[in-house]
Design a protein around this ligand. Structure first.
Ligand code: GAR
Length: 208
């Protein structure tokens, strides 16, 4: 790792396909960075096997053993601090994060959400989009603030909704786009090209 490489911590609760996209982006030099730690709150998360295969340490922290969200976030923040991460990437992390974590990594936490925010925040966004009847939905990578799914938007991708889409088919096409835009957003961060100005994120021109 050169000194220009950022150190990334990934938090994942589910199958871990976005974690995999980040691993692949690092391995293929599309991200000037390295995942140094994965954390999960789910002992069955695909993230665990994916981390093992990639040779990256994965910490399981059981939120049910801790008295509060804040106590859980304090443990997460401590582990991320010990790993000296520059960026925290939430990748299908199904926990609301508290100011304990957000303030420890101010402006350095990203999330991917399976809708064009501010539409369809919260859980089951592809289902929400189908039920609402929108023609287009998509995905969003944004900085995390204390407002759930409400932080400044870095990148978005649009996905058309087909009339015969099921929740599964729509979610699959949304995730294909997530796997493209999440590594791109992380690379923009690694290149120090993201400037947060209030609600907006400005993208500085590429170096050189
Ligand atoms: C992703 O589609 C992500 O956008 C979504 O969970 C999925 C995780 O998939 N996140 C949320 O809904 C957060 N509100 P993965 O485990 O295969 O990356």
């Amino acid at each position: 790792m050169t000194t220009d490489m950022i150190r990334i911590g990934v938090l994942a609760s589910g199958s871990g396909t976005n974690l995999q996209a980040i691993f692949d982006g690092c391995r293929q030099n599309r991200i000037d960075g390295q995942v140094v730690l994965t954390i999960t709150n789910n002992p069955l998360a695909g993230a665990i096997a994916r981390s093992q295969r990639a040779g990256i340490p994965c910490r399981y922290i059981d939120h049910r053993l801790l008295p509060s969200r804040e106590a859980f976030d304090a443990q997460v923040a401590e582990a991320l601090g010990e790993a000296a991460v520059d960026l925290v990437a939430l990748a299908g992390f199904m926990r609301i994060v508290t100011p304990v974590l957000i303030q420890a990594f101010q402006g350095r936490i990203m999330n991917v959400h399976p809708a064009l925010l501010p539409s369809f925040p919260g859980l089951q966004a592809p289902r929400q989009a189908l039920r609402f009847g929108v023609r287009f939905t998509g995905c969003t990578v944004h900085f995390v603030t204390e407002e759930v799914d409400g932080g400044p938007i870095i990148l978005q991708a649009v996905v058309p909704v087909a009339e015969d889409d099921s929740e599964e088919t729509l979610q699959r096409r949304i995730q294909e786009q997530e796997h493209i835009i999440y590594p791109k957003a992380i690379q923009l961060f690694a290149q120090q090209r993201l400037v947060i100005e209030g609600r907006r994120v400005l993208i500085r021109p590429a170096p050189g």
